[in-house]
Design a protein around this ligand. Sequence first.
Ligand SMILES: CC(C)(COP(=O)(O)OP(=O)(O)OC[C@H]1O[C@@H](n2cnc3c(N)ncnc32)[C@H](O)[C@@H]1OP(=O)(O)O)[C@@H](O)C(=O)NCCC(=O)NCCS
Length: 151
Amino acid sequence: MKIRRAKLEDLKEITNLRRKTIIKVNGKVLTKKHVNLLLKMNSKKNISKKIKNKAVVIAIENNKIVGTIELFNKEISGLYVKNNLINKGIGTKLIGYIEKLAKNRKNKKVKIICNYSSKEFYNKKGYKVIKEKILNKCEPQEKIFIMEKKL
Ligand SMILES: CC(C)(COP(=O)(O)OP(=O)(O)OC[C@H]1O[C@@H](n2cnc3c(N)ncnc32)[C@H](O)[C@@H]1OP(=O)(O)O)[C@@H](O)C(=O)NCCC(=O)NCCS
């Protein structure tokens, strides 16, 4: 597997991958409202801005993008694995890569804002919840967590 910084020509494939994963994976556990929010955050326009800011990193296998992640200052975001390749270690490789990058940039900590459906994954990777917020009062599925890890 190759990991490299994303280019603008990767935009369409990245957007499609994220939209499919949000609908098929996050959609199983999150509320419709939360899913729509994630889709909005991952619009082509927003991802394009992030690629231009040199924040997006992608994993490639057989010439196809299989996962994405972002690092901006000390905040990690945009970790999405292709929906049919979940649980095969791609997320672990991407987070390991981005943590090394953050460390090389002299960051002592990294932060992530995540939701109910991925919190356990970050827990396994050594992230601790430092704050939680409820997006929309009621449902546990609408909680978001700010997690941190010392590098
Ligand atoms: C969360 C995600 C990035 C993890 O990537 P992945 O490639 O599937 O994970 P890995 O195969 O590297 O899994 C590593 C470990 O975490 C566990 N894990 C993976 N996803 C998990 C989840 N959602 N909840 C709990 N545990 C999870 C795996 O079972 C594995 O456990 P093990 O080490 O005990 O065997 C991926 O499932 C995904 O894209 N989810 C949907 C999008 C999403 O929620 N992204 C986060 C946005 S903040």
